[in-house]
Ligand binder design. Structure first.
Ligand code: PLP
Length: 423
C-alpha cells in the first residue's frame, strides 16, 4: 500500500497528542527533527522560568523558602515529578548536576574495587563523555584504563547484543555502565534482562538514560537497576544546559555519597553547619552544591506537560510516527544510497531514526538550508527525531519530500561533506 499525504493528515486528525504542539515554540517554515539533541521551548517552561526570576526579584534571599517555586526544595520536587518517567519512587530520583557530573558521582559512590573484582564494563559504542569519566575514575583508583575498562564490542558497528554483554560479566567486573538507548543507532538495550544478569552475579549496574528519558517508559525500580543518570535537555525539553537527573535504587539508601557536599544533607540538618555530613536518606544524598536554580526552573513547566500527556501515550505515538518516517524513507527514497541504521523491531528502537548515507554531513547541511533540522553524527549518520509532543505526521511527510528533492537535484553537492563545530 502506497502512503500519501492524506495518510499523514488522517493520522494528525486522530493524534491524541496533537494539541500539545500548540504549547511549543515552533519556528515558522521549519520542521524541527532534533528534539533528541535539544528539545524545543514550551510556553509552560518559559512561564516557570520567568516565575522563578520573579521569585528572585520579589523575595531575594527568601526565595529559598518562599515564592512560587521555593528553591530549597526544587530539586526534590522535580525528582518527584520525574520519578514516574523512570519507574521509581519519588525519593529515588533527584534533579541535580549534569549527565557527566552525575556519572562521576555515581561511580565515586558505587565503584568499590575489591580483590579480583576491579574492572568496569562498558561498550564500544557508548557516548565519549561517559568513557572519559570512567577512564578518569579508574586512574583516580590507581588502575590503568587500558586494562581495567572493558568495552563490549559491537558485531556490526550499530548494535550491541545482550548475549555479548552478559558474556562479558565476568568475575573481575565490579561495575557495569551501559546506555538505555544507544545515541547513534537508537537501539534500546534489554535493561530488565541485563540488570537481572548483573544482580545474579553481584555486579552493580547503572544506566545512562539520556536518549530514553521522556521518550520511552522505564521500570528501573521494579527491574532492580542500581542507579541511572540522564540529561533533561533532550526529549524532556528542559532547555540548553538544563540540570540533569539521577536515580538510585532505595536498597542503596544510606550509602554515603562518593563526592560529598552540603546539598546532599538531610534537609533539616543542612543549616546546622556541622563538619560531619548527615546524608539525606534518599537520592537527594548525591547532590553536591547549590542547585542551578535558573536551569532547573524551565523543567517545572516542561514536566507538567509530560504528566498530562502520559509517557505511555508518548511512546505509542513515538513508535508510530517513527515507523511512518521509516516507511516513507523506504517508499520515497529507494536507490539513493540510504540505509536505515536503527533496529526494525518496536521493542528495540528508541525515539529517533538513524539514517545512514556516505554523504550524510552535507545532506544535513542541505536539509537545514531547506528548513529541516536534523543532526549529524560522524561519520555517516543523519539522526531524525519526530517528537511525539510536537512533530506532526504532515511534517514528517514534508521532510521526506524535501529530502527526496535534495537527493534528486543533488543539492547536497553545494556543501562540503564535513561536520560543523557542533554537529
Ligand atoms: C547527551 C549525552 C550526554 C551529555 O552529557 P552532559 O554531561 O549532559 O554534557 C552524555 N551521554 C549520552 C549518552 C548523551 O546522549
Amino acid at each position: 500500500m502506497t502512503l500519501t499525504v492524506n495518510d499523514a493528515k488522517k493520522m494528525d486528525k486522530e493524534d491524541l497528542l496533537y494539541k500539545f504542539r500548540e504549547e511549543f515554540y515552533i519556528k515558522p517554515n521549519t520542521i524541527y527533527l532534533d528534539g533528541n539533541s535539544l528539545g524545543l521551548l514550551s510556553k509552560r517552561a518559559e512561564r516557570t522560568l520567568l516565575e522563578s526570576l520573579n521569585d528572585w526579584k520579589e523575595h531575594g534571599i527568601d526565595g529559598w523558602t518562599k515564592g512560587k517555586h521555593p528553591w530549597f526544595f526544587l530539586s526534590e520536587k522535580l525528582g518527584e515529578m520525574m520519578a514516574p518517567l523512570v519507574g521509581a519512587s519519588a525519593n529515588e530520583v533527584i534533579v541535580t548536576g549534569s549527565t557527566t557530573v552525575n556519572l562521576h558521582q555515581l561511580v565515586a559512590t558505587f565503584y568499590k574495587p575489591e580483590g579480583k573484582k576491579t574492572k568496569i564494563l562498558a561498550d564500544e559504542l557508548t557516548f565519549p563523555s561517559d568513557i572519559y569519566a570512567l577512564q578518569s575514575q579508574l586512574r583516580i583508583h590507581g588502575f590503568n584504563p587500558d586494562t581495567h575498562l572493558i568495552k563490549v564490542k559491537s558485531r556490526n558497528g550499530r548494535f550491541l547484543e545482550e548475549e555479548d554483554i552478559i558474556q562479558a560479566m565476568t568475575e573481575d567486573i565490579a561495575l557495569i555502565i551501559l546506555p538505555t538507548v544507544l545515541y547513534r543507532s537508537g537501539q534500546i538495550l534489554d535493561i530488565k534482562r541485563l540488570t537481572a544478569e548483573a544482580n545474579k552475579r553481584g555486579i552493580i549496574i547503572g544506566f545512562d538514560g539520556c536518549h530514553s528519558i521522556g521518550a520511552i517508559p522505564h521500570s528501573f525500580s521494579e527491574w532492580g537497576v542500581d542507579f541511572a543518570y540522564w540529561c533533561n535537555y533532550k526529549h524532556l525539553n528542559g532547555g540548553p544546559g538544563s540540570v540533569g537527573g539521577l536515580y538510585v535504587n532505595k536498597k542503596h539508601f544510606g550509602m554515603g555519597p562518593g563526592l560529598a557536599g552540603w546539598f546532599g544533607s538531610k534537609k533539616e540538618k543542612q543549616f546546622d553547619m556541622e563538619h560531619s555530613l548527615t546524608p539525606a536518606e534518599s537520592a537527594g544524598a548525591y547532590q553536591i552544591g547549590t542547585p542551578h536554580v535558573l536551569s532547573l526552573a524551565p523543567l517545572i513547566g516542561a514536566l507538567e506537560i509530560f504528566t498530562q500527556a502520559g509517557i505511555e501515550n508518548i511512546r505509542v505515538k513515538s513508535l508510530k510516527i517513527n515507523r511512518f518516517l521509516m516507511d516513507l524513507i523506504e517508499q520515497e527514497l529507494p536507490h539513493l544510497g540510504f540505509c536505515i541504521g536503527n533496529p526494525e523491531e518496536d521493542v528495540r528502537r528508541g525515539g529517533h531514526v538513524s539514517l545512514e548515507h556516505k554523504e550524510a554531513a552535507r545532506i544535513c547541511k542541505a536539509l537545514k538550508e531547506n528548513g529541516i533540522i536534523p543532526d549529524f553524527r560522524a561519520p555517516n549518520i543523519i539522526r531524525l527525531a519526530p517528537v511525539a509532543l510536537y512533530t506532526s505526521y504532515s511534517e514528517v511527510w514534508e521532510a521526506v519530500q524535501v529530502l527526496k528533492t535534495i537527493m534528486i537535484e543533488k543539492q547536497y553537492k553545494n556543501f562540503k561533506n564535513e561536520r560543523e563545530v557542533v554537529a
